[in-house]
Design a protein. Sequence first.
Length: 384
Amino acid sequence: MTKRLIFLLFTIAPLLSIAQEPFKIKYGPYLQNVSENEATIVWVTSKDALSWVEIAPDDGTHFYAAERKQYFETENGRKLVGNIHKVTVKGLDKGTKYRYRLYSREVLDNYNWDTSYGKITASSSYQPFSFTTFDESKNEFSFAVVNDIHADTLALKELLNQVEINKKDFIVFNGDMMSHLNSEKLMFDGFINKSVEMFASNRPFILTRGNHETRGPFSTKYMDYFPSTTGKPYFSFRNGPAFFIMLDSGEDKPDTDIEYGGLSAFDEYREEQAEWLKKLVETDEFKNAPLKIVSIHIPAFTSTWYGTLHVEELFIPILNKAGIDLMFCGHTHQYEFINKGDKGNNFPIIINANRDIMDINVKENSINVVIKDIKGKITQEFNF
Ligand SMILES: [Fe+2]
């Protein structure tokens, strides 16, 4: 009898608590893929739902002044139902602030065309979120970079507090924000929830995948949460005078290493990425940009580990011919500066330490980098 009670306690009780979980916005929203005319808003609901975003101009009117245009996540003519919502708002004007709120309507049943709905949840229309689209024609903007946080949200908060976050167009997370992607909860607890609390519903973070984001069973879900224009963890974008290339250096040891449990295939992946990079640097969009910046987690020239050597072999020769103005990296947890020409690199490389933040101002023809430690003390400054 006692055994049966224990069985019930450990099997039925958790199921009942899941069934009783209220329908709600569980995580987010956070902004991804902001460009001159698009922005993607991502959030997670506790149960499957049909979701949409309402957009209003930043014109001083109340959100309820008019029926606001709704945007849904669609695929091949169907509105999607699920619990991870990625709504892309299109047709926007460049350099323009928009207000938004999100809606999710629980889907109880979706058999044939007999769709039945449950409760609705929404974000506030009294204090709507907002975002500003990028503008390639503007002469100046600023952003900040942190890396190797490894789920230390207190360090993330203290680092972000050292810059004027509300004046940044975006924040770059240059990899290893987590130690293992084992579950959705750990990923949100590890860095996204803190980002949402501080800025990410109103300005985007741009994640460069680190080797630790490739680890753990949940790592294969990466693109569900961090959509990109290429559909891959490597991608490019432009803001102001700067063209950004966000590369994915993969893992640091050979694919066959015991640590990866036989599940790594980064050799082929980096080669495929190098082919993409070769084509990218030949495009007019890249060539015509006054400034060219590369973000990659594992830095070349800092060790003789396999991943470092493969980055040197595949990516550096392409970038050396492409007129790159600055590359920034992380991974080693130590600050280092490799000046142009020092080690076979035809551009400067900054390796940002794990408890420093880079405050970067981009102007028409210059990049100013101020590195601050976690207490806000300026430790380095560069003008490129
Ligand atoms: Fe790393």
